[in-house]
Design a protein around this ligand. Structure first.
Ligand SMILES: [Ca+2]
Ligand SMILES: [Ca+2]
Length: 81
C-alpha cells in the first residue's frame, strides 16, 4: 500500500522536524548564564546537538553562542537520516 508507506515515512521524519520547534531555549540550556553553551550544558540540555557540536562551533572556542546553537538546530532538524 503506497499510502501506508508515505504515512510511515512521515512518522519517521517527524521527530527531527519537530526538534527545532521543541528544542529547549538557549537560555534554558545555559545553566551558568555566561552566554555560551559548553559541551556539558549541551549534553544535559539537548544531547543531539553534541553530534554537530564541532561542525557548528565555527569560531572554534569550544562552546556555542546563540547563533551557533541555532545553526545546530537547523542542521539537526534538516537531517534526513
Ligand atoms: Ca554556559
Ligand atoms: Ca563557538
Amino acid at each position: 500500500m503506497e499510502m501506508k508507506i508515505k504515512v510511515l515515512a512521515a512518522a519517521l521524519l517527524l521527530p527531527l522536524a519537530a526538534l527545532a520547534a521543541e528544542a529547549p531555549d538557549f537560555k534554558t540550556i545555559d545553566k551558568d548564564k555566561d552566554g555560551y553553551l559548553s559541551r556539558d550544558e549541551v549534553k544535559n540540555g539537548l544531547p543531539q546537538v553534541l553530534t554537530v557540536f564541532d561542525k557548528v562551533d565555527t569560531n572554534k572556542d569550544g562552546k556555542l553562542n546563540p547563533a551557533e546553537y541555532e545553526m545546530a538546530l537547523r542542521i539537526l532538524s534538516g537531517q534526513q537520516s
